[in-house]
Design a binder for this molecule. Structure first.
Ligand SMILES: *Cc1c(COP(=O)(O)O)cnc(C)c1O
Length: 398
């Protein structure tokens, strides 16, 4: 159907061509409507063509598109003020993507120790199954062989410990350690939740050893789990946090947030970006926050999330040959499959419902945060129908 021969062969593309979007729906060139529980992987957080976002972008497009960071950008200051007001952070650096937000987070942690007279403390400890992006530093942080292979020596100073192994984490700390970097709820790794207690213990471990805690909330942040940030469920705060995806609502936007102390090494000329914090991105980021910070918005995510977990639990009960387990919080959900996750994923697509595959044989559901209870039930019906078909096929094969 599609010929992508002039593009790098880095993507296996599904032969679907979407032309426009409306709320939770994506509409193909042929007018077929798909319920979008993929949202460009947790990016279109307010659904498609949200009128407030469209207006903010159009309005800014008429005024000014781009300015270098050598000038003051009032909308950038405003978005940073609002993000620091709503979080643990005192300082913000804007980027265009999640990987760049992580790069800034890693540099900030290393530079912190350098600034405090300990330049040898550059080691970053991460968790197996992590995903932090595709730059040279972030593939080293993620530690996955399939992403590292063939790209030269792995960037130095990254150490990985098994998921859930607190003793290994403690043992990995040495005189060179700078920070522990984790996703409070792993996305690509298969919607794997770091237990609350573990997060609290990791926070205490960081304090005990003078390490910075870096959280990667690129996927779990900006309301996705029903709190503004997923770490709030554990009652802890990080020193540094990377965000992206949902904060841009579809516009490329990321940010690195830090406390005053953690950001203390990032002095004039230590870091920079051409596009990061650009006026178009700032207009959209501020518009996203207008909606996400409204009274009741996060509560609705928790309420609809509950409809999903209950509905999915019932599907898991009825199709134990298809579904092994339901995972996740709020609207960051995973169906751990008994069958190959691709079978359920394809069956869902046949029902005109889009999900996203993840590691550990999981299908992720990342619907727009604006989804209504009724739309959630429609999605559950499609998942039910897809599971029924997969189950029937499995019975036939047996
Ligand atoms: C998507 C993602 C990234 C990378 O973001 P990009 O914008 O693709 O660079 C990093 N960390 C997590 C947890 C992600 O989900």
């Amino acid at each position: 159907m599609s010929d992508h021969s002039s593009l790098f062969g880095t993507y296996m593309r599904i032969p679907l061509r979407f032309e426009r979007g409306e709320g939770v729906w994506l509409i193909t060139e042929d007018g077929d409507r798909y319920l979008d529980f993929a949202t460009g992987i947790a990016v279109s957080s307010l659904g498609h063509s949200h009128p407030h976002l469209v207006a903010a972008l159009k309005d800014q497009a008429d005024k000014l598109w781009h300015l270098s960071n050598i000038y003051e950008i009032p909308e950038q200051t405003r978005l940073a003020d609002r993000l620091t007001e709503a979080t643990f952070a005192d300082r913000v650096f804007f980027t265009n993507s999640g990987a760049e937000a992580l790069e800034c987070a890693i540099k900030t942690a290393r530079r912190y120790h350098f600034h405090k007279g300990q330049p040898d403390r550059y080691g970053i400890i991460t968790i197996e199954g992590a995903f932090h992006g595709r730059t040279l530093a972030t593939i080293a942080a993620g530690g996955q062989a399939k992403y590292l292979e063939g790209f030269g020596p792995k960037a130095a100073g990254f150490h990985q410990v098994p998921f859930g192994d607190f003793d290994a984490l403690r043992a990995a700390i040495d005189d060179n350690s700078a920070a522990i970097l984790i996703e409070p709820l792993q996305g690509e790794g298969g919607i794997r939740q770091i237990p609350k207690q573990w997060l609290q213990d990791i926070r205490a471990l960081c304090d005990e050893h003078g390490l910075l805690l870096i959280l990667d909330e690129v996927q779990s942040g900006v309301g996705r789990t029903g709190k503004l940030f997923a770490h709030e469920w554990a009652g802890i705060t990080p020193d540094i946090m990377a965000i992206a995806k949902g904060i841009g609502g579809g516009f490329p936007l990321g940010a690195c947030l830090a406390t005053e102390d953690a950001a203390s090494g990032m002095t004039v000329a230590t870091h920079g970006t051409t596009f990061g914090g650009n006026p178009l991105a700032m207009a959209v980021g501020n518009a996203v926050l207008d909606v996400v910070l409204e009274d009741g918005f996060l509560q609705n995510i928790r309420d609809v999330g509950l409809i999903f977990t209950q509905g999915l639990a019932s599907i898991a009960d009825r199709y134990p040959d298809v579904v092994e387990e339901i995972r996740g919080t709020g609207l960051m959900l995973g169906i751990k499959c008994k069958c190959p996750n691709s079978a359920l994923q394809v069956a869902m697509r046949d029902q005109h419902l889009l999900g996203v595959p993840a590691g550990d044989n999981v299908v992720r559901l990342l619907p727009p945060l604006t989804i209504t209870a009724e739309e959630a039930r429609m999605g559950l019906e499609k998942i039910d129908a897809a599971a029924a078909i997969v189950s029937a096929n499995l019975a036939k094969q047996a």
